[in-house]
Design a protein around this ligand. Structure first.
Ligand code: WQD
Length: 343
């Protein structure tokens, strides 16, 4: 008997992480429907996904802040087996200057989405959360049991509040099964160098700034602070290859589809379990690309925490997922992508 093709809705599926997850879902035989409002992505990503997998996902341009559009979408697609929710604003700095944009977009969208998922026959949700919810953890590596701290930004707060909204909804509606994935620092690009991170304007995150400096788009990299209490004085993060992160989503969705989850709300840290300092990233980039980076030390950046890297035992043991690609693999893929989009 032919196996059923499960239909997965990916909101924000044309974005950086979303597009990589769509590719991995298709690789695993899932049917994919993408909703994206194209506010931070481009329709060309749809063709690039087809270029990689040969399969065209269904796409609908919808703004999840428009409740009626969301309701109408689910009337047309009541056979959805699962939802992976990425669609959100995610620039930490912007969220400090424009908090209401973040609360309206990230919270309203989530509530309208949940109100529709609650009507589906199959209520399975993967939520894109972030290690930002931990703030500066008291203990390293950071486990899922670590205290959820006051977030450093409105963006981080929308992830913390988002998790709480979903948790409360799962308590009230035991038919809703959710896995929240708390990402550490996603970097890199698909090996085809046809999808990757496309920051609009000046990159906020380290690795796109490094690759843009390497290719000559930026005069130099400013390293925000080298007087932190770390071995080389620069901040430490857990940089995870976006393809490893994407695979964690397909594994989590399979866990829900096969009803292997033991709670109807589960949380997993998704990182490599290894911390790398900013200087270590810069040196690894030079090593794998041969490109000398022009950089100087600058003032600390407000809101930065000193060090964060994941305790990945829970995801390894229960989810059956672990990262396989290295920091160097990720930096090389980011560099290939940067060269491709500038060629
Ligand atoms: C990493 C380190 C900077 C740029 C953010 C979000 C988090 C998640 C991942 C979405 C820090 C330093 C950076 C530069 C630098 N996003 N840096 N010069 O802040 O750890 O996490 O992205 O979920 O929610 O907060 O990542 O890449 O911005 O910074 O020295 O030009 O690189 O100070 O120490 P961050 P980042």
């Amino acid at each position: 008997m032919a196996t059923k093709i499960h239909k997965i809705l990916v909101t924000g599926g044309l974005g950086y992480i979303g597009s990589h997850v769509v590719v991995e879902l298709q690789n695993k035989g899932f049917g994919v429907v993408i909703i994206d409002d194209l506010s931070n992505s481009s329709l060309s990503v749809l063709d690039r996904i087809v270029g990689i997998t040969g399969i065209k996902p269904v796409f609908e341009k919808i703004d999840l802040k428009e409740k009626k559009s969301v309701t109408d979408f689910f009337i047309r697609h009541e056979d959805i087996d699962g939802v992976i929710h990425f669609a959100a604003s995610k620039a930490v700095g912007e969220s400090v200057n424009n908090p209401l944009k973040y609360y309206e977009n990230n919270i309203h969208s989530l509530v309208y989405l949940l109100q529709e998922i609650n009507k589906l026959a199959s209520q399975k949700l993967i939520f894109s959360s972030s290690c930002t919810v931990y703030g500066q953890a008291d203990e390293l590596p950071i486990s899922e049991e670590a205290q959820i701290k006051e977030p450093e930004s409105p963006y981080g707060n929308t992830k913390k509040v988002g998790e709480q909204i979903i948790k409360d909804t799962c308590s009230a509606n035991t038919l809703l099964n959710t896995i929240a994935l708390r990402y550490f620092n996603p970097i890199g690009a698909h090996e085809s160098a046809t999808i990757g991170e496309l920051p609009i304007g000046t990159p906020q995150n380290l690795v796109p700034f490094v690759t843009q400096t390497g290719i000559g788009l930026r005069e130099k990299l400013s390293i925000f602070g080298n007087d932190y209490p770390t071995p080389d004085g620069t901040c430490i993060r857990d940089y995870i290859h976006v393809v490893d992160l994407a695979k964690a989503h397909t594994i989590a969705m399979e866990r829900l589809i096969e009803e292997k989850n033991t709670e109807n709300y589960e949380v997993y840290n998704i990182g490599t379990g290894k911390g790398s300092s900013v200087l270590e990233v810069v040196n690894a980039f030079k090593k794998v690309t041969g490109v000398r980076l022009n950089y100087s030390f600058a003032e600390r950046r407000a809101g930065d925490i000193i060090s964060a890297y994941a305790d990945t035992k829970k995801a390894n043991r229960i989810l059956g997922w672990k990262s396989e690609l290295t920091l160097k693999d990720a930096l090389l893929s980011a560099w290939k992508w940067e060269k491709k989009i500038r060629s």
